[in-house]
Design a protein around this ligand. Structure first.
Ligand code: SF4
Ligand code: SF4
Length: 693
């Protein structure tokens, strides 16, 4: 006999009709909930959805492909969910089990409709049936395993994870759906008496059927019908609740994965025309965010990954990226509610007043606490971008003159003097006088422009790094030049602080200078300058090949143009701190390690004892200086650099190698407060010390 089973076996005709009526009702409740959220998302600044479908097929595919790839890899493949131990395993089990059960139920319904048209169209039989039943039986176990793990996690209530009353409903109804599914299967086997392979292709169902072996066929049929209804009711409840509970992320998450345009380190420009048109800069009300940003708020499942990665949160500052997203979501839900149904006018007014955006929903200290390290963006499984929410809010606060103190002073000095310290432009190249770094005027045929940056030009400690770089370039015979007095601050920290127009002013001046000298290749030892010259300046017509000094030095070593030899190699333990804007934002983390390795091992075989910090490469932990925090006062007990310095010292290291002037300053402070013997050096300094003359 061909193995198969009826889709609605043992379900009376009346029950089947009621089932379909309830299905329609459930879908209506589901659709209403999604429509309500959709209306909220639509209140934002429009995104170019229609443009995605404009052009010929090839062009359309080109625009859709990245989003579809993210959906495949990160949605179906759960690529960004992995790597967090038990929570990752729980989510993957639940997701895989759910998707397979959902697919199985859909196929079952298709088979039911097809065989209703013609029996010849029935495909739920034979080998297909055996594979289908076995696969669903196994994935049902995965689903249950995921439920149990999530239940355990809910009971443990880790602090970084959000907890709501409805979470209990979700997890318990999931468990009940899984369990009643197996009960229905077991009871069906009892009354259907399948034989041969048909009896054994559902091993779990067969096991469960043993519990009911004492039932007569008629009792088995009536119990089966009752449990089938309980199972169906649970499934209806689950589907209807999706848009009203944390399960909303199952809709908004994939949509956000598709629409997100996340490229770490790139910010959207603002034009004067936009400001004149909207009479505002940045975001001063929730509907000033764009539609994708509002959608992203609903994609958040409060997993807490961003909070765990956030250096501001780790040092007790009033910032949690998860909280920012959730507070904005709450504000969207309240303020953008189309009508105040069920509330009196005064209640509505109170709610609206209580949910003003700046100062009440989001505190100004929250905004200034962010180092723009991008850790939260990198770890979010559904590509929510709390950083851009923050910088959009910052833009408005700066535009309204709400930034004061040392950071505001730094911005004023950038504008008046072209550097955050306010030193005269005429002194910008003083550091290079005795080392002979040629300016573009002195060496007009240069092949490489060395972008020194403000720290390298004016900060005494960072000047030593610039001198080391020049020493290495000269040693390797590189034909380079510096801009000297004509170089200005890139404006990177002005932009990340929220002063877009100051950034654009500085960028325009620098782009004009670079054009004057026909600069195409730039070398810099500052990851912030690198990112700005590479990604920010390209938005304003400045297109350059920008290389970090660690990459360039590594290349010179590989080509044999730099040689390390002589003297005793450094014998003490060393670690390397990855700067956020180098390792995470621009993916450069191997070159500095290679340079350090070469610098340590070339002299003889006794290599330096190199030790890796737990958080390294893309997972690096911020030094605390990015996003303009370099120019802000920080309470000593809340310093990010102290935390990172401790992590470095915990490796037992005596030398902390860095490759960013901000990190150099911050970690020097952090280390000095905790150790008398450890030191912080730039990779270029370490290599220059080992140079073969
Ligand atoms: S923003 Fe992303 S990482 Fe943060 S809690 Fe929400 S889903 Fe998790
Ligand atoms: S960018 Fe960094 S400091 Fe800012 S919220 Fe995200 S993790 Fe926190």
């Amino acid at each position: 006999m061909t193995p198969t089973r009826e889709t609605f076996g043992n379900i009376p005709h009346g029950s089947v009709i009621l089932f379909y009526c309830l299905t329609l009702l459930t879908l209506a409740v589901f659709a209403y909930g999604v429509w309500r959220r959709f209306k909220l998302w639509r209140q934002g600044v429009p995104i170019a959805v229609r443009e995605l479908l404009a052009g010929n097929l090839r062009q359309i595919w080109g625009k859709l492909e990245p989003g579809l790839q993210r959906l495949l890899a990160e949605g179906l493949g759960q690529a960004r969910v992995r790597g967090r131990g038990l929570p990752s395993v729980a989510h993957i089990c639940l997701f895989a089990g759910f998707m397979m059960l959902f697919l199985g139920t859909t196929l079952l319904e298709i088979d039911h409709l097809a065989s209703g048209i013609s029996h010849a169209l029935k495909f739920h039989q034979g080998t297909y049936y055996v594979i289908y039943e076995f696969t669903l039986d196994v994935f049902g176990l995965l689903f249950l395993a995921g439920c149990v793990l999530f239940l355990w996690r809910r009971i443990r209530r880790p602090a970084s994870v959000g907890h709501r009353g409805t979470d209990w409903y979700v997890i318990i109804s999931f468990l009940a759906i899984g369990i009643t599914g197996y009960l229905v299967e077991g009871l069906r086997i009892v009354w259907q008496h399948p034989t041969g392979i048909a009896a054994h292709c559902s091993p779990v169902g067969l096991l469960v059927s043993g519990w009911f072996s004492g039932l007569t066929e008629s009792s088995a049929r009536s119990t089966h019908l009752a449990v089938w209804w309980v199972h169906a009711a649970l499934v209806f409840g689950f589907i209807a609740s999706i848009p009203y509970t944390r399960l909303l992320h199952t809709i908004a998450g994939p949509l956000n994965l598709f629409f997100a345009r996340p490229e770490l380190g790139r910010m959207a420009p603002v034009t004067m025309e936009e400001v004149e048109k909207t009479e505002r800069i940045g975001v001063s009300a929730i509907n000033h965010f764009n539609q994708q940003q509002l959608l992203s708020l609903d994609a958040c499942m409060e997993c807490g990954r961003c909070e765990e990665a956030c250096p501001a949160f780790a040092t007790d500052k009033p910032l949690s990226p998860k909280r920012v997203v959730q507070d904005l979501k709450e504000l969207m839900t309240w303020n953008l509610k189309p009508q105040t149904s069920g509330r009196t006018e005064s209640q509505a007014a109170t709610s609206l007043r209580a949910r003003a955006l700046h100062g009440e929903t989001i505190q100004i200290e929250t905004l200034w606490s962010c180092t723009t390290c991008t850790a939260c963006v990198r770890v979010c499984p559904v590509r929510i971008d709390p950083l851009t929410l923050i910088t959009d809010l910052r833009r408005n606060r700066v535009g309204e003159g709400a930034l004061s103190g040392t950071a505001a002073t730094a911005l004023r000095r950038m504008q008046s003097s072209g550097n955050p310290w306010g030193f005269p432009a005429a002194e910008r190249a003083n550091w290079s006088e005795d080392i002979g770094a040629p300016t573009v005027k002195e060496n007009p045929s240069f092949e490489l422009l060395y972008w020194v940056g403000c720290a390298g030009s004016y900060d005494r400690r960072a000047q030593r790094v610039a001198r080391a770089v020049v020493k290495l370039l000269k040693h390797a015979g590189v034909n380079f030049a510096i801009l000297g007095q004509e170089e200005k601050c890139t404006g990177e920290s002005a932009r990340r602080l929220g002063d877009e127009f100051l950034f654009q002013e500085l960028a325009s001046a620098n782009i004009a200078t670079l054009a004057k000298y026909n600069v195409r290749r730039i070398l810099t030892h500052c990851p912030h300058c690198l990112n700005s010259l590479l990604k920010d300046y390209a938005q304003f017509g400045g297109h350059y090949t920008v290389v970090h000094h660690t990459e360039f030095l590594n290349q010179l070593l590989a080509e044999g143009r730099l040689k390390v030899a002589g003297g005793a190699p450094p014998s003490e333990a060393m670690t390397y701190h990855d700067p956020c804007y180098l390792a995470r934002v621009n993916g450069i983390h191997q070159a500095p390690r290679d340079v350090l390795k070469t610098a340590s091992t070339a002299a003889n075989s006794s290599a330096t004892d190199y030790r890796e910090m737990p958080r390294n490469r893309e997972k690096t932990f911020c030094c605390g200086a990015g996003g303009g925090r370099m120019w802000m006062e920080e309470e000593p007990q809340k310093r990010v650099c102290a935390l990172r310095a401790k992590e470095a010292l915990d490796t037992g290291t005596k030398t902390v190698a860095v490759s960013c002037p901000f990190c150099l300053t911050m970690l020097t402070d952090g280390i000095a407060a905790q150790s008398d013997s450890a030191q912080v050096k730039d990779v270029a300094e370490i290599l220059a010390e080992r140079l073969s003359i």
